[in-house]
Design a protein around this ligand. Structure first.
Ligand code: LLP
Length: 417
């Protein structure tokens, strides 16, 4: 299924013309397809069949309330990394009892709140964090559900900035430390050992590292059994890549089947972000100026790195297409760049397109780690977000105003002088 497609040479989001959406809501704009989100989620849900499982959508990928609401209505669980994310889930009717709490450093306040809300499980990142969870659970008289995040030292073969499963990365603990933490937890009246967790990275396009990590985790689970520590679940993290360009992707049914073939009766948790929301969103921006300088051609658009950071931060590739292919324009190899004063402010490079000032350009597969990584750099208000469901559409986040940018700022007044 592809909810963004050309019809009569105009890009459509479900049944709505993207040109019409731009006229209605202004530029730049994020556009999400409700049916694509549902389709992606059901694909994964189907892959598990009747095996006990819980899909915990990684809220960090796109935390817009409308997106979370679509998933909560499907009965999804969530992977949160802060109380802010948990509060968002609760605000749209999601259940804390279907949420795992990941994140490298959970604060005392966050642990307490999550316990009070009845979180499904904490994915514990260190000995120090385990101690803190135990002491908070003791203070409030609740048994805290925990799972240790193991760092399996597996190379996910992805961009180094989004690789998390190597010893050199800050995430999780090695197998030896994990074993000692489980032993400690098993002797604590305040900790309830639920599972084991790992997450080796993001935008992974080869299934082999996933299986390597799983095998290492299952070895540790066997060692735990010898110690009479029996787990209820294994959390295989997120990380399944999407197609941005011509990369091969993982066959989700086959991947899940090979997990199910190995885990026996254990419940399987998965924390997908990008594979649920990545291709369910686009970012659309308008060409303000065309500039051809000697051999270089620049299309300067009204969207920028503060709106979509991935190209600047990771050198990521996203397809860039003209929203209306009816218009002619100047044929050249264009860099699509924003107005921010940084050389890294580009959305796409070296694209063979016919462009004209005023054209809209859609940056595809921008639903994951798009809006959530946006900022107000250069005092630019964050853009609006819209959701489409067949032929209906609505704003799901208002465009920020200039005034809203400085509403929390105060002029310093020196009271002494
Ligand atoms: N679980 C944990 C513990 C994570 O840290 C992440 C992502 C996920 C699940 C979801 O991974 P996914 O299924 O989305 O790959 N900003 C980067 C991606 C950072 C990923 C951070 N952690 C990007 O734009 O590529």
């Amino acid at each position: 299924m592809n909810s963004f497609y050309f019809h009569n040479k105009v890009l459509h989001a479900e049944s709505v013309s993207v040109s019409d959406l731009m006229e209605a809501y202004g530029s730049p704009l994020y556009i999400y397809s409700k049916n694509q989100i549902e389709f992606n989620w059901y694909q994964l849900e189907k892959a598990f069949g009747s095996h006990p499982h819980l899909i915990c959508y990684a809220v960090k990928a796109n935390s817009n309330l409308a997106v979370l609401n679509v998933l909560a209505n499907l009965g999804s669980g969530f992977d949160v990394v802060s109380i802010g994310e948990l509060e968002r889930v609760i605000a749209v009717g999601g259940k804390p009892s279907l949420c795992v709490f990941s994140g490298v450093a959970k604060t005392k306040g966050a642990i307490q709140k999550a316990l009070e809300y009845g979180i499904y499980c904490f994915n514990v990142e260190s000995a120090s964090e385990l101690n803190l969870i135990e002491s908070v659970a003791n203070d409030i008289g609740i048994k805290a559900p925990i799972s240790i995040r193991v760092n399996p030292n597996v190379d996910a073969k992805t961009h180094p900035y989004i690789s998390t499963g190597l010893t050199e990365n800050k995430f999780g603990v090695g197998a030896d430390i994990a074993l000692s933490l489980y032993k400690k937890a098993s002797n604590s009246p305040h900790l309830d050992i639920c599972g084991l967790d790992y997450h080796i990275g993001s935008q992974i396009t080869d299934v082999i590292p996933f299986i390597e990590a799983l095998d290492k985790a299952l070895e540790l689970i066997e060692e735990l059994k010898v110690e009479k520590i029996n787990l209820r679940h294994i959390d295989i993290g997120g990380g399944v890549g999407v197609k941005y360009n011509d990369e091969k992707t993982i066959n989700i049914e086959k991947y899940i089947q090979s997990v199910l073939d190995k885990v026996g009766g254990l419940q399987v948790l998965i924390e997908p972000g990008r594979s649920i929301i990545g291709n369910a969103g686009i970012f659309v921006t308008k060409i303000e100026h065309l500039k051809q300088n000697n051999s270089k051609s620049f299309a300067i658009v009204d969207g920028a790195m503060n709106d979509l950071l991935r190209p600047a931060l990771y050198g990521s590739y996203h397809h860039a297409v003209k929203v209306s292919e009816n218009k002619k324009g100047i044929k050249a190899i264009w860099d699509i760049v924003g107005p921010v004063c940084e050389t890294t402010d580009f959305l796409a490079k070296d694209r063979d397109l016919n462009l004209e000032e005023g054209d809209y350009i859609a940056i595809l597969t921008a639903g994951a780690y798009g809006f959530v990584l946006s900022s107000n750099y250069n005092s630019r208000p964050r853009v609006a977000e819209v959701m489409v469901d067949k032929s209906s559409h609505a704003i799901v986040r208002k465009r920020e105003t200039i005034e809203s940018l400085f509403e929390n700022e105060l002029i310093f007044k020196n009271e002494i002088n």
